[in-house]
Design a protein around this ligand. Structure first.
Ligand code: NAP
Length: 315
């Protein structure tokens, strides 16, 4: 008999529906994928692995013998906060296609800033015909905070497009052609040298509020910021102050403290802010499903659980 793999999701109806079609079809030869509400008592008790997307933690807790959960999301800060440390291991989604999609977004919005599009957009609305000095990509330093799966694909793409690229991580790293820094001193250097600063760290206890007033004010005059990671990594009040009274010229924000961004937020109408609705690197059902099949198929074949989140580090 095939094992039953619970699917637990409180995602929107459309996303949930897409997964509920794709997962049973793709995993059909290996396991029966069943929504939590359809599980029998015995199936709940026997489940060793579940697939989760924004799950209700009480439903995960109702599966007492889970060894691990496969998240359909790359960022797992909510899951890590919701599940007990001695609970099931958390395996996040690491999809090379997502890294490519993110690197495309990083390049697209870096070019948007590099070619002064926010400024020319404002000029058009005011009917101002005025040319600004053009810089080459080589003259522009792009600093990427977080050079893991998504960040390393992004720095490679930026380098291939001739930008001068700096990367920053928690531990020391070596990436071909990229000046890599780490630790507090390394971050100060990246902030001071970057014309465009891209945030791609996970949200953890250490990175919450990573960019506050002091850090934002130590940025290079005229620097722009791109946050494609998580909203709470940047202090919004400090960001608004750094845009209005400090060194920052523009911010491209895809992620926020609260999503959807409330109508009352001053970010919506700020001339130096571009608001995006969390679209820089959405999960792509087809490629993500292949990863899930590999991970779960491998587990049932060999008992191997893929690399899981380090609960102490938080990522
Ligand atoms: P990852 O592979 O785990 O890489 C994380 C990077 O951040 C690593 O380089 C890590 O350093 C660094 N880092 C973590 N904590 C740090 C700290 N305290 N100080 C300095 N560096 C630190 O993660 P990923 O797959 O690239 O994803 C990054 C984040 O992107 C996710 O957590 C998620 O929140 C976000 N995301 C957003 C979207 C979107 O559509 N907006 C889509 C997908 C993901 P080490 O190399 O030393 O470990």
């Amino acid at each position: 008999m095939k094992p039953v793999v619970p699917f637990i999701s409180h995602d929107g109806e459309n996303e949930r529906g897409a997964w509920q079609t794709a997962l049973p079809k793709a995993l059909g030869a290996i396991a029966d994928v069943k929504p939590f509400k359809d599980l029998t008592e015995a199936e709940r008790s026997n489940a060793k692995v579940a697939i989760v997307a924004n799950p209700d933690p009480a439903e995960v807790a109702a599966l007492p013998n889970l060894a691990w959960v496969q998240s359909l999301w790359a960022g797992v800060e909510r899951l890590a906060a919701d599940l007990p440390e001695d609970g099931p291991l958390i395996v996040r989604l690491t999809d090379p296609q997502m890294a490519e999609t993110m690197s495309e977004a990083v390049l697209a919005w870096t070019l948007y800033l590099h070619r002064d599009m926010p400024r020319y957009g404002l000029q058009q609305r005011r009917k101002i015909w005025q040319e600004h000095l053009l810089k080459t990509p080589q003259e522009r330093t792009v600093g990427v905070l977080g050079i893991g799966k998504l960040g390393s694909a992004s720095v490679r793409r930026l380098k291939a497009n001739n930008f001068n690229v700096l990367g920053w991580s928690r531990s020391r790293k070596v990436l071909d052609g990229i000046q890599c820094r780490h630790g507090q001193e390394g971050m100060t250097a990246v902030l001071q040298q970057s014309d465009i600063l891209v945030i791609l760290t996970p949200l953890t206890a250490e990175t919450r509020g990573l960019l506050g007033q002091a850090e934002l004010n130590s940025c290079k005059p005229g620097a722009a910021l791109i946050n494609f990671a998580r909203g709470p990594i940047v202090d919004t009040i400090a960001l608004l102050d750094a845009l209005d009274n400090g060194p920052l010229s523009h911010a491209v924000l895809d992620v926020f403290d609260e999503e959807p961004l409330p109508h009352s937020s001053p970010l919506w109408e700020h001339e130096k802010v571009t608001v995006l609705p969390h679209i820089s690197a959405p999960t792509i059902t087809s490629t993500a499903t292949e990863i899930v099949v590999q991970n779960i198929g491998g587990y049932f074949e060999t008992g191997t659980i893929p690399q899981s989140v380090d609960r102490k580090r938080g990522y």
